[in-house]
Design a protein around this ligand. Sequence first.
Ligand SMILES: Nc1ncnc2c1ncn2[C@@H]1O[C@H](COP(=O)(O)OP(=O)(O)OP(=O)(O)O)[C@@H](O)[C@H]1O
Length: 255
Amino acid sequence: MLVEVQSVSKSYAAAGKGRIETLEGVDLQVHEREFVCLLGPSGCGKSTLLKLIAGIEQPSAGSIRFGGSPVRTPSPARGVIFQDYALFPWLTVRDNIRFGLRMQGGSRQQQRAMTEEALERFDLQGAGELYPNQISGGMRQRAAIARALCLKPALLLMDEPFAALDALLRLRLQEELVRIWQRESSTFVCVTHDVEEALILADRIVILTPRPGSIKTIVPVELPRPRDRASGAFVQLRERVLACLQEERAEAWQA
Ligand SMILES: Nc1ncnc2c1ncn2[C@@H]1O[C@H](COP(=O)(O)OP(=O)(O)OP(=O)(O)O)[C@@H](O)[C@H]1O
């Protein structure tokens, strides 16, 4: 087991309102080489759960283990990509990738070779000397993924990585992300609020309830990859996941 989230709750202090319960009693296990998507209504605590697994935040109750050890701080073994690309705007694409490698140590020659390899592997050869604002959104996101993955993290955590992209590019990058995950034999956990995106990407979709978020259900997606959005099985599963989310919304409105 790579990640074990046990009875995790998280609350935040809210000005004048005591505390906001964000997550309550979350139990989740992520297996090595799995692709898991966290899906749920806005504000249910998806990003919070991701930050807890990353070690950026600490749970108010419960525990999180990674590779058997408690998670207390961020670690290069757990890469994180947020939706705003996580690239330094003042560095070129090549220097952005090299920055992470420099933090990790190793000889200059090694760093240079790994940077060039990452540029090639992620189809960014022509973009090495360009700054993030000089390349397209899709390339920026590929560069962010390249930067995170060249550190060889055992786990890659992504928070709505394609939210800022147009619909067509989003579809292309979803498929590319699946190929990257297959090629890198890594473990990916991705937050999304897009049901189709979760169905294209995930081995399992973890559906959270509205705040305070807890796990409503986990839907295994046992469809062959690359997935066909028009297939009967895909459409059926999409209906099932949507129905589950709508049920949640109806309950939240009645409450
Ligand atoms: N650092 C913080 N301090 C106070 N409250 C916070 C903090 N981080 C998150 N929250 C609150 O916790 C709740 C859950 O936030 P979170 O961003 O985890 O949800 P989410 O499911 O990712 O939402 P979305 O889909 O809209 O991005 C929200 O009500 C948010 O205001």
